[in-house]
Write a protein that binds this ligand. Structure first.
Ligand SMILES: [Zn+2]
Length: 236
């Protein structure tokens, strides 16, 4: 029961490292996406600026063509020159940023693929685990039924002792191997070991208080076929 309960907690936790990786990668991507959208806004602003500058370049060119004297001509000429330079500078900068953005978009799409891969892996792991978890849950339910049935066959006073030992010692029953209690590793008095061999009474370890039994009498190491309590299989 305890092993099953531990497995039911530990199994879903196995995917936690994958979940953490995915979360980290998704966080990074979201950050990059945010920066990219800032850059795109900036680019849009720059393009709008360039459009406005082109508009004002056209009006400067009109002024230039309409200049009536050298003073107007010089002023208009400077204005046209300045506008051209401003536009050209912006375009150069915008081109650099656009190239960098293209690189960034490519890198991000590769990272998107990584995230997709991890998501797939996680979903696959969860699906595989769902079957395992389901099987553990039904094993647990089965064990619970078996335990309750077994408890129904034991006198209340021993159940009380058993439960109190579980609470105090973690587990209540200990096998004895070669005269040694496996719960506390103390050698039992030889007389007690002999009483255990008769298998007529429930005995407790004098040191740890656990319910003890001689392992070789309950779980004979010999022929496994002799101890199986599985229903006989139908043979063809
Ligand atoms: Zn003991």
């Amino acid at each position: 029961m305890r092993e099953l309960e531990t497995a039911l907690v530990q199994l879903p936790a196995k995917l936690d490292p994958l979940r953490r990786d995915l979360e980290k990668l998704e966080g990074m991507l979201a950050g990059e996406r945010g920066k990219l959208s800032e850059t795109e806004n900036w680019q849009k602003g720059q393009r709008d600026y360039i459009d406005r500058e082109r508009e004002s370049l056209r009006s400067a060119q009109t002024k230039f063509q309409a200049s009536k004297n050298s003073k107007e001509f010089n002023a208009a000429s400077r204005e046209v020159e300045n506008k051209r330079k401003a536009i050209s500078d912006r375009e150069t900068e915008l081109k650099k940023v656009s190239e960098a953005t293209t690189v960034q978009v490519t890198a991000m799409s590769s990272r998107d693929a990584d995230v997709e891969g991890l998501r797939g892996e996680l979903a696959k792991g969860e699906a595989a685990m769902a079957d395992q978890l389901q099987s553990l849950r039904s094993q647990h339910a089965e064990a619970l039924t078996m335990r309750d049935t077994a408890r129904g066959q034991v006198e209340k006073q021993w159940l009380k002792i058993y439960d109190s030992l579980v609470g105090k010692r973690g587990y209540a029953v200990a096998p004895v191997i070669k005269g040694v209690c496996q719960g506390c590793h103390m050698a039992l008095p030889p007389q007690l070991n002999n009483i255990l061999a008769r298998m007529q009474s429930i005995e407790t370890c004098p040191r740890c208080g656990r319910l003890v039994y001689r392992k070789e009498l309950l779980d004979p190491p010999a022929d496994p076929a002799a101890t199986t309590d599985a229903p006989p299989t139908t043979k063809a």
